[in-house]
Every structure is written in C-alpha cells, then in structure tokens.
Design a protein around this ligand. Sequence first.
Ligand code: CP
Length: 308
Amino acid sequence: MSLKGRHLIDPNDFTLEELNQIFELAHKMEKNPQDYSDLCKGKILATLFYEPSTRTKFSFEAAMLRLGGSILGFADANTSSVKKGESISDTIRVMDGYSDIVVMRHPREGAPKLASNFSSVPIINGGDGGHQHPTQTLTDLFTINNLKGEIKNLRIALCGDLKYGRTVHSLIKTLARYEGMSFYLISPGQLQMPVYIKDYVKNQYNVEIIETEDLEDVINKVDVLYMTRIQRERFFNEEDYLKLKNSYILTSDKIKNAKENMMIMHPLPRVNEIDYSVDDDKRAVYFKQAKYGVYARMSLIAHLLGVN
Ligand code: CP
C-alpha cells in the first residue's frame, strides 16, 4: 500500500511491510545519495518544534535539503505566534498552506495527533511529551537492520528512564512485532515502563519481558543494549530527579564481559549514562545511529510525499 499522504503519529501506523519499504529506500539513499538529490525539488518541509531538539530537527532538515527540497519552521515556539496564544489547530491550518509536509515536536502527548486532524498534508510526530517518538524508532530499526543484517531473534535490553522515555515506548512496540524478540527492561522501580505499554506488547505479540534494576546482571546476555537518559524535564520535582539521575552509568569496565557483537545504542543526547571511554569501543554505535537517522528520514519524506 502507498504511504503517500499518510501521517506518522504512532510507530504502529505502518505495517512491517511498509517499514521494510522505508528501509530499502533508505539503504539505496545511503549508498547513492547523489541519485536522489532532486527528488523533492519544489517541495517544502515545515519543522514546528515546541521543544528543544538537535538530532530530530536537524536530521529532518538535512534529509529534505539532501533531497533537493526546502525547509522552514521554528526551533522555539516563543518566536512564533504561539507566544500570542495561537492554538495548534490554527497554526496547522496555516502551515498547511505554506508547506507540503510537517514535522512537529510538542511537550504535550497527543499534540501531533490533534494536528493531523486539521492537516491536509502529512504530519510526522517528532516526539510528543513522554509518549511516542516514531521517527527515532525508524532510525533505530534501520541501524539494527544495517549492522545486524536483519531484525530477528534478538535479546534487547532497554535501560534507564523507561517511564518518561518516549524513544523506548515506540521502540518496544515496534520491535515486538518482529520474529523471536525478547526484552530486558532495566530501570529503577520509580521509572519502570508504563503498564499499558507492557500489557500491549505482551498481549498483542506474546513476547517475553523480564524486568530488573540490575544492568550488570544481564549485560552479558543481550544482543542490543539501548541506553537512555533520565528525562529531567518530565519530573515533577528536581529532588526526585537528583536521586535517580546517576542510576546507570555504562563504563568500559562494565562491558568487558558483554558479547563481542553486542550493539550499544542510545537515541542521544546523553548526560551521564554512558562514560566517554565507551565511545572508542567498536560496539558503541550511537553516533552511527544518529547519522542513519538522516537516511531513514529521507526515505520517510519521499514515501509520504509519494515521490519515492
Ligand atoms: N534522539 C532525539 O530525539 O534527539 P533530539 O532531542 O536532539 O532531537
């Protein structure tokens, strides 16, 4: 089925076959980017970021520019008429006339979904509060597929702030749909994955989930270790954040007994959770992962605009 004109709000908006289509084109774009440099000529991508971002905003912009298109938008809603009290629905109805495709990041869960109800052009969720981050998941899956050769029969550890971390919410929902996946959820008790997500993946896909607070206990069993930041901005008080901020710090010492081909991933930005000494380990792929995000987003834009 064509993805032309569709929105991407939740990672499960697309079938596995559609995700594969995106990865196949992303792979071709990575190998021969010059072949696609005019694909989106005359098209405009709007980036509406109501929350800070480095990777999502700039990788989308790089993606559109590499496809020969143009970009407009804001990185700080306070520089737009949002500051004067304009609603999401009105902003979207206006941007709809100025652009061909929109990426929105918002601190409120459900804001991109609301926007999609008022838009005639594709809306992409660039992260909504502590809810979902589907294009990070495209990036993560494209990375695993490229580096492991396939997405199948993997033991995945998700570690850190699993309560507020939207990247891991989208990732587990999507990975659980692939064959032979099992999960270790490593977090402090206060930051466990929400029950509604665990129930959803268990009931829908019958995957094995083991919860623990101890990273070192499971690190030698997993194929992918996905570290996440403790999400300071989502805490209701600073004191709670300070108690939990250093819950997990991955060091070179801690990965000594891990599998030779384990992948260490992180959506970034990192704060303290991966020591800089780990960066030189061949298993650390987080900067490669950030780069793959450009190709995954190039392919996504091309598919949603129907120019693939
Ligand atoms: N991974 C990610 O969403 O990073 P940014 O917040 O910098 O966009």
